[in-house]
Ligand binder design. Structure first.
Ligand code: HEC
Ligand code: HEC
Ligand code: HEC
Ligand code: HEC
Length: 178
């Protein structure tokens, strides 16, 4: 009996790795910020809006971006080039079924780019329970710097280095403790 239980657990772990639960969908910034907007909540909306992350997709529409893409040998405009979009936007490469109808690619590097698709964790009851939220697709970052470097690295054509502390100061958006 004990072996059967162990076997079943191993089976579940293995299959969950092979077939990850990928049915979470991206719902868009508007659907997050109803609860993450006020000063008391931590002003996540305005901090993000005022950061360059919210403009990262728009940046790809500029002349400068097209010039960079051309120099890199791409024949498509930057905003249609997946090698640029991969760090500047979320959702460009996903099936429509994975994008909620309020999701906007124009929002560039948005809440769910960093925190995971929110369709299943966005409900208050789940959000309030960190472990449950994580089970439902929320991504938290124990090692923030490592995570930033996924995009802030020399693969970025305009990269001149990355100072983690200074950069995090510019975009941190904590929930006030009281
Ligand atoms: C119905 C309200 C509500 C919605 C909608 C909502 N949240 Fe939350 N969220 C909360 C609450 C409440 C907490 C717990 C805050 C606290 O620490 O007191 C929370 C916590 C979080 C945390 C911190 C988790 C941790 O413990 O480190 C993140 C990250 C987060 N939300 C991101 C999002 C994102 C991204 C979306 C949109 C996909 C979203 N939330 C939508 C209410 C909401
Ligand atoms: C999904 C990719 C991605 C991740 C992950 C990411 N960034 Fe960015 N970040 C960008 C892009 C793209 C830009 C440039 C946007 C633009 O200028 O249009 C940027 C710009 C910035 C800027 C503005 C740059 C400047 O010169 O002022 C800061 C600050 C920043 N990021 C901080 C961070 C921090 C801190 C983290 C980790 C917690 C992080 N980023 C994670 C893609 C990312
Ligand atoms: C590995 C991730 C990554 C890739 C791939 C990437 N970028 Fe960026 N991009 C960033 C980050 C991070 C920043 C902000 C800091 C920096 O310049 O490194 C940025 C900034 C920019 C800026 C603003 C620079 C400025 O100072 O005005 C432009 C324009 C840009 N990228 C265009 C492109 C184009 C065009 C491509 C595709 C050929 C591309 N990026 C591919 C991550 C990336
Ligand atoms: C560039 C990546 C990035 C973007 C964009 C981003 N966050 Fe975060 N967020 C982080 C990181 C890193 C942390 C700190 C570690 C963690 O708890 O995941 C964090 C923490 C949080 C927390 C918990 C704060 C606390 O006190 O523990 C909340 C709530 C949150 N983010 C909500 C949002 C919302 C809402 C948006 C969109 C308006 C957003 N984030 C956009 C990276 C990001």
């Amino acid at each position: 009996m004990r072996y059967l239980v162990l076997f079943l657990i191993a089976f579940l772990i293995i299959t969950s790795k092979i077939f990850p639960q990928n049915n979470f969908t991206y719902i868009g910034v508007d659907q997050c910020v109803m609860c993450h907007k006020t000063e008391k909540q931590g002003s996540q909306l305005s901090i993000w809006k005022n950061s360059k992350h919210s403009k990262a997709y728009e940046t790809l529409k500029t002349e400068k971006a097209n010039q960079i893409a051309k120099e890199k040998g791409f024949t498509t405009p930057a905003v249609e080039t997946s090698e640029c979009l991969k760090c500047h936007a979320t959702g460009y490469n996903l099936d429509k079924a994975m994008l909620g109808n309020k999701f906007k690619i124009e929002d560039g590097v948005q809440c769910e780019t960093c925190h995971g698709p929110g369709s299943a964790y966005k409900d208050m009851k789940i959000m309030k329970d960190r472990a449950l939220a994580i089970k439902n697709g929320l991504i938290v970052h124990e090692e923030k710097e490592k995570f930033c470097i996924d995009c802030h690295n020399a693969e970025s054509p305009t990269y001149t280095g990355f100072e983690f502390e200074e950069s995090w100061e510019k975009i941190k958006h904590y929930v006030p403790k009281n």
